[in-house]
Design a protein around this ligand. Structure first.
Ligand code: FAD
Length: 556
């Protein structure tokens, strides 16, 4: 029976409008995430993740997320007396959300408490918190990711790491040494090239001879530098030895404002709570991290971790969309019948749920590869090398289509800001763009095939573990192997098709082994065996729609 909510208001009864999906624990309500967290080695962290889940689903946090987007950050270049301040003013809702995320150590927990499963634990909590607001994920993720790159230069790490590992959120615009905690950003993209960072024109001049850990003066610009309120950034610039990585702090060690100007904040499609700036360096002080000329190799340690967060972020958006779509369809009747009971809507909801489950399972499996690789496991390192690019490409690529369809499940309400769905939709293309856009991920997979052939074998070994139980996956994998590498003349133009298939094979392997049986079956029938249409809602008729929808329901 359909649940019909009735409220008397004005000259008519408000009927058949669903209650808002708030005040629930987004972790406890997510069976797929719970299972993945336990399976991938972070059961010990469940109480903590659940705390974040309760917070993120609370009416308060949901309202903060909306407020932070309705009141985007403002650039303040000067104070009232005309002195340059180059700062950003945020709405209090942003600060409150940041305080919650930092307080729960989403920006640092695996480095602070590096036990097995630490990256999975943090990934699970990050997925929960991002359901309150995804925009804060940017500085949180960059701070989490800066640590391995920073460790390339131990004396800089010794100075800065304690600030980044602090669980105190201190938004003050003051020298880092005077603050209770610090956050990190990164600046690679310039006007003439984002993907092609080797085209960077920002110049770094040594101050006292330079060298690893030495001081340089930066002159140039960055076209995108998000979260410019952070305390320090890893930036790329040209030194005599080539493109190099520098730590650029907002304030110099002698307590002066560093020599930079924030030029503009970007007026973005989504991610509006977060500030993304254009910046100019005017002889700014910065310290070399690693060797001159090793800039890409050094900063890639940071990018490797932000890319994991893009995968987690893509999966999170899908989970949020499915939760909202099922909730709405359960509380809304059309033609006298609950929407979630209508066969065609059940197909749409189930198809969205299948995509979401595949994304979550794969994202958390990837997080485990980070844990194991950092512990010295070579196979995990190889898997992470290739699976990160494969999954970043595919999960982030699927996110906008998924968000659009989830939005439509709410009908007209889904198109209206109050529902939160437009925000989800606007955010959805971003994870695919930053940290290496779709094509770049596919090209990176090709690079891994050439430079780390072992990563391909490790990848297929992981796929094989599921294929032995599922003939459709066996057939699919065999045809994929035949295409690899195939005609080398055409391999770049075929890269998206190859990487898409690799992602599907990996997701299927994980679902077959660990997912719900009905979900795994629907995934293999549709995504592998081709019994599917071009839009969501086209799963084959024999699918156990009810079981899949029930599994993904946020609140019973
Ligand atoms: C909201 C937001 C925040 C950002 N924050 C930051 C930040 O904090 N720090 C930072 O450094 N950057 C940041 N970026 C920049 C982002 O990382 C770049 O925009 C992205 O890497 C793409 O670079 P580009 O814009 O120069 O595009 P291009 O490099 O010009 O790429 C354009 C398109 O071409 C494709 N492409 C590139 N090379 C090839 C190829 N060889 N073959 C086929 N296709 C190719 C790409 O996939 C892309 O789709 C941010 C971007 C956004 C949107």
């Amino acid at each position: 029976m359909a649940t019909v909510e009735r409220t008397t208001f004005g000259n008519h009864e408000v009927a058949n409008q669903p209650p808002p999906l708030v005040d629930y624990n987004v972790y406890e309500a997510d069976r797929v995430l719970i299972e993945a967290v336990r399976r991938e080695g972070a059961e010990w962290a469940e109480a903590r993740i659940s705390e974040v889940g309760a917070l993120a689903g609370s009416e308060r946090a949901q309202a903060l997320g909306a407020l932070a987007n309705e009141n985007p950050p403002k650039l303040r270049t000067h104070d009232r007396y005309g002195n340059r301040v180059d700062t950003v003013d945020f709405h209090p809702s942003w600060h409150e959300l940041m305080g919650l995320a930092v307080g729960h150590e989403l920006h640092c927990s695996p480095w602070k408490d590096p036990r097995p499963g630490a990256h999975v634990a943090r990934g699970g909590a990050f997925m929960c918190m991002s359901q309150a607001e995804a925009g804060i994920g940017c500085p949180i993720s960059m701070t989490y990711s800066v640590i391995p790159a920073l460790r390339t230069q131990p004396e800089l790490a010794a100075e800065w790491e304690p600030r980044f590992l602090s669980s105190s959120y201190d938004p003050g615009n003051a020298p880092a040494a005077q603050k209770a905690g610090g956050l990190a950003g990164m600046g690679m993209t310039e006007k003439q090239g984002g993907t092609d960072v080797r085209a960077n024109t920002t110049v770094a001049q040594p101050v006292n001879g330079g060298g690893p850990g030495g001081e340089y003066a930066l002159t140039g610009h960055k076209w995108f530098m998000s979260a410019p309120q952070c305390d320090a950034f890893l930036v790329l610039a040209q030194a005599d030895g080539g493109i190099s990585c520098f730590l650029f702090p907002r304030w110099t060690p002698d307590g002066e404002r560093n020599r930079f100007r924030l030029q503009r904040l970007k007026d973005k499609l989504g991610n509006r709570s977060n500030a993304s700036s254009e910046i100019e360096f005017d002889g700014a002080s910065a310290w070399l991290v690693g060797e001159e000329g090793a800039g890409v190799r050094t900063i890639i340690e940071m990018v490797n971790h932000t890319r994991l967060d893009c995968v987690l972020g893509g999966a999170t958006g899908m989970r949020a969309g499915v939760a909202q779509a099922i909730h709405h369809a359960t509380h809304r009747s059309v033609f006298g019948r609950e929407l979630s009971e209508q066969p065609l809507m059940r197909n749409v909801l189930a198809d969205l749920a299948v995509e979401s489950e595949a994304a979550t399972i794969a994202a958390l499996r990837l997080a485990r590869a980070y844990d194991e690789a950092l512990a010295g496991d070579e196979e995990a390192r190889q898997l992470k090398r290739i699976a990160n690019a494969v999954l970043k490409y595919w999960i982030c690529k699927r996110a906008p289509m998924h968000a659009g369809e989830a939005l439509e499940c709410l009908g007209g309400n889904g198109y209206v800001e109050e529902s939160g769905m437009p925000r989800l939709f606007r955010e959805s293309p971003l994870n695919s763009i930053w940290e290496g856009s779709g094509n770049v991920q596919c090209l990176d997979v090709l690079r891994a095939m050439v430079k780390s052939p072992a990563s391909v074998e490790t990848f297929f070994a992981e796929v094989e573990e599921g294929a032995v139980h599922e003939p459709r996956l066996q057939t699919f994998t065999a045809s994929l192997r035949e295409e690899l590498p195939g005609d080398l003349e055409t391999i770049e133009s075929r890269a998206r098709r190859l990487v898409e298939k690799m992602a599907l094979a990996l997701q299927a392997s994980l679902l077959v082994r660990y997912g719900d049986e009905a979900v795994a079956n629907a995934f293999c029938a549709s995504r592998l065996a081709g019994d599917w249409g071009q839009a969501f809602g086209t799963l084959p008729a024999g699918t156990d729609f009810g079981r899949i929808v029930d599994r993904h329901r946020a609140v019973a």
